[in-house]
Design a protein around this ligand. Structure first.
Ligand SMILES: Nc1ncnc2c1ncn2[C@@H]1O[C@H](COP(=O)(O)OP(=O)(O)OP(=O)(O)O)[C@@H](O)[C@H]1O
Length: 204
């Protein structure tokens, strides 16, 4: 099933940020949002993830199919790495955390309290959570923040495995993940372009 955004408008704090956004994300494909700070990438991702309603337009193929990872990792500090993953597996009705631990190089840290992890290790755990959700559409906001080069490679490999298994990924990132198969959507706030009528804008 495709994830389809049609003529989408999104707002933050009651202020319109983007409009006329359209894309089709097919199974097995990744789409990277690019754009300057404040362009509206996070707002667009939050809308696709269902955390806020669109101002206008339509999103199809999202809802329960989406697993969302934002800036804050949302980890439980007083649970171990393995307990965190088991918790999320239960929430999403899946089982088996071994592949997620291994895929993000967390096996050696599985008994550590999440609250004692370094920033990059926490980020790896937050991303490993995506792998236990069993959901086909990963929506990721700046997934590589705090990650070292080796961890960025692990992450790119995890995304590649997810795509190969028929999943898809929509993500905002400022760095090149080396995912040749990813398409890029340039995001520009319409307010930043005075003189151009909003209805003439195309964001694809
Ligand atoms: N809670 C908020 N209340 C009001 N305005 C907000 C809020 N959060 C963000 N904004 C504004 O909404 C606009 C879009 O922000 P958004 O976070 O979507 O941009 P972004 O493209 O993800 O930026 P970055 O690359 O810096 O993460 C910006 O002008 C920002 O200042």
């Amino acid at each position: 099933m495709d994830l389809i955004a049609t003529d989408l408008g999104v707002a933050r704090g009651g202020v319109p940020v983007l409009e006329g956004v359209g894309f089709v994300l097919r199974p097995g494909r990744a789409l990277v949002l690019r754009g300057p700070n404040g362009a509206g990438k996070t707002t667009l991702l939050r809308t696709v993830a269902g955390l806020q309603p669109p101002l206008s337009g339509r999103i199809e193929g999202a809802g329960e199919r989406v697993a969302y990872a934002a800036h804050s990792d949302g980890l439980k500090a007083m649970l171990t790495v393995a307990e965190n993953l088991r918790f999320w597996a239960r929430v999403f009705g899946t089982s088996g955390i071994g592949a997620a631990l291994e895929g993000f190089d967390l096996t050696g840290l599985s008994d550590r309290l999440a609250g004692t992890l370094s920033a990059g290790q926490k980020r790896r755990l937050g991303l490993a959570r995506m792998a236990v959700t069993g959901r086909p559409v990963w929506v990721l906001d700046e997934p590589t923040v705090s990650l070292d080069a080796g961890s960025v490679t692990l992450f790119a490999e995890a995304v590649r495995r997810h795509l190969a298994a028929g999943g898809s990924a929509l993500m905002a990132t400022h760095i090149d993940l080396g995912l040749a198969e990813a398409a890029v959507l340039d995001v520009a706030p319409f307010r930043a372009r005075p003189g151009v009528a909003a209805e003439d804008e195309a964001f694809l």
